[in-house]
Design a protein around this ligand. Structure first.
Ligand SMILES: NC(=O)c1ccc[n+]([C@@H]2O[C@H](COP(=O)([O-])OP(=O)(O)OC[C@H]3O[C@@H](n4cnc5c(N)ncnc54)[C@H](OP(=O)(O)O)[C@@H]3O)[C@@H](O)[C@H]2O)c1
Length: 329
């Protein structure tokens, strides 16, 4: 059936400018790392994108290696675009990245210009678009001079293959160096994609302050710690959950966080929220965080996650109690 997006999709929440740029992003964005691969149910993936767009989620995040198999999330998203969104490309922010292993040999990994440009071209072809809104260096490469990685990002912008560029998994110093090198070439680095949630606070050690100072925005990934910070595992490990797939999350890790999850869930309940809603509100409380990049396997998860936007404020006491639940474990 032909898809017609919901008319009220832009009345759901406020969009915020990403750092000191003109680009506005939704507070929640959809990540396609899991549940969009060739091993997954294509019609479910299609429904997740439609459901999100109908509710104002304009930003969809990819990487060359998302699948499995690597590349298949881009291919599937490209099919969805063609089937349902051909009239709506200008209403969407589509990002992709390169930096992790994608193909064999010395040119299929890390941060050389050779790899990043070849991968960008492949990703554009798989998704079937002329440009990405944001193209990222997915991780810093200790063996490649930052000038060369930045060469690739500059090429992406100058060639029109990306409108903006971003960094992911860079620490504060690496971020500053890449930002400065891009600026020398007349390009402002738009955004950083760090891993950040109530349990994983590493960006507080410098990255978020650096982004503030540089005027870059942050879009934080795994805000639900892959589902640990939701009710997904409060009653055990459900079949077909990410923890049963084992590659990036396993039962041992989930069980190790049970006490924290239950303790935080009590605070969420008192706030009138689910644990996932509190976890998302928590990452969004810092103004540098323009958007929380969430994954989902069902539309009901997306609906629940959007409910977080109804209560974003925290009292000092709630914040202290969250910290003490985490510190106690
Ligand atoms: N730059 C990088 O290096 C990097 C790395 C990782 C991720 N990312 C990006 O960040 C995105 C999000 O990462 P993530 O998927 O790890 O994020 P996440 O939001 O922490 O975890 C998503 C998972 O949590 C579960 N979930 C989501 N909402 C739920 C709810 N309301 N109730 C219960 N369970 C819920 C689902 O698990 P089930 O599938 O089990 O239902 C879902 O797949 C990725 O898709 C990708 O775009 C970037």
């Amino acid at each position: 059936m032909t898809y017609t997006p919901a008319e009220n999709r832009y009345q759901q929440f406020e969009y915020s400018r990403c750092g000191k740029s003109g680009l506005s992003l939704p507070p929640l964005s959809l990540g396609l790392w899991h549940n969009f691969g060739s091993v997954d149910d294509f019609e479910n993936a299609r429904e997740l994108v439609r459901f999100s767009f109908d509710r104002g989620i304009t930003h969809f995040d990819l990487a060359n290696n998302y699948g499995p198999v690597p590349g298949s999330a881009e291919t599937n998203f490209g099919r969805i675009l063609k089937m349902d969104f051909s009239d709506y490309r200008d209403e969407m922010i589509i990002s992709s990245k390169a930096g992790y292993e994608m193909w064999e040999g010395p040119y299929g990994d890390w941060g050389s210009k050779k790899y990043l440009v070849a991968s960008l071209n492949q990703s554009l072809q798989r998704v079937g678009v002329e440009y990405f809104d944001v193209f990222y260096s997915h991780r810093p490469d200790p063996e490649t001079p930052i000038e060369e990685t930045v060469d690739a990002l500059e090429y992406a912008v100058r060639s029109g293959k990306a409108l903006y560029v971003g960094l992911s998994n860079y620490n504060a110093d690496q971020t500053e160096a890449a930002y400065g090198e891009l600026l020398k070439r007349g390009i402002r680095c738009l955004i950083h994609q760090p891993r950040y949630n109530m349990i994983d606070r590493r960006p507080e050690e410098g990255v978020l302050d650096t982004l503030d100072r540089l005027g870059m925005g942050a879009i934080v990934f795994s805000p639900l710690e892959q589902g640990i910070l939701s009710d997904r595992y409060l009653g055990g490990i459900p079949k077909a959950s990410r923890a049963t797939r084992g590659e990036f999350l396993n039962e041992e890790k989930v069980l190790g966080y049970q006490r924290i999850a239950h303790g935080l869930n009590e605070i969420a309940t008192e706030r009138g929220q689910t644990l996932a809603q509190m976890a998302l509100a928590w990452v969004l409380k810092r103004p540098t965080v323009t958007s929380a990049l969430v994954g989902a396997s069902s539309t009901s998860q997306i609906a629940e996650n959007l409910g977080s936007l109804k209560k974003l404020d925290f009292s000092e006491d709630e914040l202290k109690r969250i910290d003490s639940v985490i510190a106690a474990s």
